[in-house]
Write a protein that binds this ligand. Structure first.
Ligand code: ATP
Length: 446
């Protein structure tokens, strides 16, 4: 920001939603048919942002640890899985319908229902009594239409982890305590998908289930809570917009012993982006019961046999992307009254790490040589159209940390001008030191 420049944080979600559509981060799925409520597509910049976030999570939770193994399970599991987990019986929200406008709402979120547009003489809704509505999305497998072919798209990614617990432990030759992690799609037939990608019907979770001895549950709960808060801070999310909130007794899932949410302060309020849960031995006990396979564990040293307890960390990739986008967004007033929108992503998350901009099309050939060299290392953009100021603005909006301008002096002195996104300061850097120069800055704090 230049001296005297003012910086505005995101206040209206609409501003972010339109930037995301305009720049191709996220837009409604099936847009040419008018969209489909609760489903979103991530465009060229969005998919890079998501991939970077998932790669960071995987690195921290799986690759850098000896005690966590990775998994990529199928989305559709044996239907008994969801009977054992309690989803068939319990995974529902109470819903009410308005008899006048026919809209459906969650009975526990009526303050967000707004007014009814269909009643004469009143703007109050005319609600039915609450009824339970199961959130699992049903599908059918195979050619027959009978009830035996019913299956569900997974409502959370952790259940297949419990199904595979024994196999993964054996093949990885792990002893307790250890964890299994996976990233993947989950589906919930949410009654009211809303707040952009915050609550959708298809979303992605990154979950880790850590199996331990009952005497160590507190220790591992504390460990994972601290780890996960550190992760969100390291993404650069503002300290004052991040908090943890323990669940009240009456909020706890029926099997949970303890749960703490990590919440982010969105423009629409404090909301959960991740949950850290002590799930007790509920899942493994139930899957043992329903599958008839004993999932208890024998300690090889003490010979003690017990059902492991599970500490879970469960983060939404879409909700974290939304928090990152909200946090990064700023509109700045520059000297001279001009404004710019900028996404101040952490370099590790930025979809594009750098842009190569020849000052004139005549310089395209040597500038492309620089570009080719950089793109072997990172996702880099090349742009030779429009005036340089406009090209900078385009990269600011995409959140690109560095713009490299190749000018008429570059062939002479072997340098480019590097402009930094946040400070807009400029520096001449030798082209043959460019890769090392960028690496040092992009990997700082990652
Ligand atoms: P909420 O109370 O907001 O519906 P939840 O407590 O049901 O969420 P969990 O079952 O704990 O959520 O799921 C773990 C994580 O998965 C959440 O912290 C969130 O980031 C993500 N998640 C859950 N439901 C959705 C959804 N409908 N859309 C996007 N992300 C979701």
């Amino acid at each position: 920001m230049t001296d005297g420049g003012r910086q505005e944080r995101l206040v209206r979600m609409d501003d972010l939603v339109s930037l995301c559509a305009r720049r191709g981060f996220v837009f409604p799925s099936s847009e040419i048919y008018g969209g489909i409520n609760g489903f979103w597509d991530y465009g060229p910049l969005g998919v890079e942002l998501r991939n970077n976030l998932k790669a960071l999570w995987w690195r921290r939770v799986v690759r850098e640890r000896d005690d966590v193994e990775g998994l990529d399970s199928s989305i559709i599991c044996h239907p008994r899985t969801w009977e054992a987990s309690g989803h068939v019986e319990h995974f529902s929200d109470p819903m009410v319908d308005c008899r006048a406008c026919k809209k459906r709402f969650r009975a526990d979120q009526l303050e967000e229902a707004g007014s009814c547009s269909s009643r004469e003489g009143s703007s109050e809704h005319d609600f039915t009594d609450p009824r339970d509505f199961n959130l699992m999305l049903e599908t059918r497998i195979g050619a027959s239409e009978d009830s035996a072919s019913v299956a569900w798209l997974r409502a959370e990614t952790c259940q297949p982890i419990f199904n595979d617990f024994r196999r993964v432990r054996e093949v990885a030759r792990q002893k307790l305590p250890f964890g299994i992690a996976q990233i993947g799609k989950a589906f919930r037939n949410e009654i009211n998908p809303r707040n952009f990608i915050f609550r959708s019907r298809e979303f992605e979770q990154a979950e880790m289930e850590f199996f331990c001895h009952p005497s160590e549950r507190e220790k591992w709960f504390g460990h994972w809570l601290a780890e996960r808060v550190r992760f969100h801070r390291d993404l650069g999310l503002g300290e004052d917009r991040l908090r943890t909130r323990p669940h009240e007794e009456d909020e706890l899932a029926h099997y949970a012993k303890q749960a703490i949410d990590v919440e982010y302060h969105f423009p629409f309020g404090w909301k959960e982006i991740e949950g850290i849960h002590d799930r007790g031995d509920w899942d493994l006990s139930r899957h043992s019961e329903y599958s008839g396979k004993d999932l208890a564990y024998t300690d090889p040293d003490t010979k003690e046999r017990f059902v492991p307890l599970v500490i879970e960390t469960s983060v939404g990739i879409d909700r974290t992307c939304l928090a990152v986008l909200c946090d990064a967004y700023a509109v700045e007033e520059l000297d001279g009254g001009e404004t710019r929108s900028v996404l101040r992503f952490h370099p590790a998350l930025a979809p594009l790490k750098a842009a190569v901009l020849p000052l004139s099309k005549k310089l395209a050939e040597p500038a492309r040589v620089v570009y080719e060299q950089l793109r072997r290392n990172w996702n880099v953009f090349y742009d030779d159209s429009g005036n340089i100021g406009r090209r900078y603005r385009r990269q600011d909006e995409a959140g690109t940390p560095f713009c490299l301008t190749y000018d008429f002096e570059s062939p002479e002195d072997g340098r480019v001008t590097v402009r930094e996104r946040d400070t807009m300061t400029q520096e001449r850097v030798p082209i043959d030191e460019m890769v090392a120069w960028l690496r040092e800055r992009l990997e700082r704090g990652a």
